[in-house]
Design a protein around this ligand. Structure first.
Ligand SMILES: Nc1ncnc2c1ncn2[C@@H]1O[C@H](COP(=O)(O)OP(=O)(O)O)[C@@H](O)[C@H]1O
Ligand SMILES: [Mg+2]
Length: 322
């Protein structure tokens, strides 16, 4: 079956005053329709840059996609003429950003923005679009939705604005929804409501790329998981398999620190040591300095992704088939 989304060997760098920063190094991900792929890892590991690369939203410069292909069904999004890419954005692939204020125009009321987005992509009368938008505001848990349609973005709290952005992304029923820490600012009840809406979208055979730092969310929402560390994917596989038999010491450390009754929205647990600077990534394994299992090859050779069944991990402990 042709994947909905296939990222192949993607690398992204940023030019900074200190030098060239590899934000994302040679990552490959596959997402089928009906699946939810969770991308998890500590802050700064490259999750948002990966998400933004899909719709070519990386500011260039300072950013640059230096290699890779991003196939959306059979189209390479990195090669698509801008006009065609614009037709894909919103309607076929929608993205919910981490920082909502930047994505809403301060100059237009909420309702007008939602209606414009709907009518840009779908053949709807103003009245029909207004009704759908109002319905979506209610669905994402905004009280008094009919009145809120007239609100200006600055009149809403950060959490409310985030819900407007979620409504805007989901109301077009995209084939692929990319959600970058979509519920971090929301309380647990609203988070559950949003996750229900996402599950409904999945039942329509869409695909979801869900970025989170919360292993509890991965367990609750995702079918597949990719763990990122210092610009790389270090482990991938079906969620059940990875939780049952984590192979990379970083994944093990993340899982070991989840309390028995995982509290949603908890921050990633503290693992002793520090993530290396992307400006000076080690020659060998990026995790070597924090790893309790470090052995001879780890500091001199960079581990490839070793495959075991449906799972892959970038660790010499699992050496074998690369
Ligand atoms: N505009 C930028 N300029 C320079 N470096 C950047 C920029 N955006 C991201 N980076 C670098 O790319 C890396 C990955 O960032 P990001 O994808 O935002 O991490 P995450 O979403 O996992 O927290 C970081 O090391 C960060 O320093
Ligand atoms: Mg991020």
């Amino acid at each position: 079956m042709q994947p909905l989304l296939q990222i192949e060997n993607l690398s992204v760098t940023f030019t900074t005053d200190e030098g060239l920063v590899p934000a994302v190094s040679n990552i490959s991900l596959t997402l089928q329709r009906g699946q939810v792929l969770g991308l998890v890892g500590e802050s700064g590991c490259g999750k948002s840059v990966t998400a933004m690369s899909i719709l070519r939203l990386i500011p260039q410069p300072p950013g640059r996609i230096t290699q890779g292909r991003i196939l959306f069904e059979d189209q390479d999004l990195l090669k698509l003429p801008l006009e065609q890419l614009r037709a894909v954005r919103g309607r076929r692939i929608a993205i919910i950003f981490q920082e909502p204020m930047t994505a809403l125009s301060p100059l237009h009321r909420i309702g007008a923005q939602l209606v414009e987005a709907l009518r840009l992509h779908r053949d709807l009368s103003p009245k029909a679009a207004w009704d759908i938008a109002t319905e979506w505001l209610a669905k994402v848990g905004i009280p008094d939705a009919p009145e809120r349609m007239y609100a200006w973005p600055h009149q809403l709290s950060g959490g409310m604005r985030q819900r407007v952005m979620i409504a805007m992304a989901m109301m077009l029923e995209p084939d692929l929804l990319i959600a970058d820490e979509p519920t971090t600012a929301l309380d647990v009840t609203v988070q559950a409501q949003i996750f229900d809406l996402m599950r409904q979208l999945m039942q329509k055979d869409a695909g979801l790329l869900l970025i989170t730092h919360d292993m509890g969310v991965i367990w609750e929402m995702c079918t597949q998981v990719a763990v990122m560390y210092a610009s790389e994917v270090v482990e991938t596989g079906p969620v059940e398999a990875v939780f049952k038999t984590p192979r990379h010491p970083y994944t093990k450390a993340l899982l070991a620190a989840i309390p028995a009754n995982a509290i949603p929205q908890q921050r990633l647990p503290a693992i002793p040591g520090q993530v290396p600077s992307h400006l000076a990534l080690p020659l060998g394994c990026h995790f070597a300095d924090r790893c309790t299992h470090v052995f001879e090859p780890c500091r001199t050779q960079h581990p490839p992704l070793f495959t075991a069944g449906d799972c892959c991990s970038r660790c010499f402990l699992n050496g074998g088939k690369a």
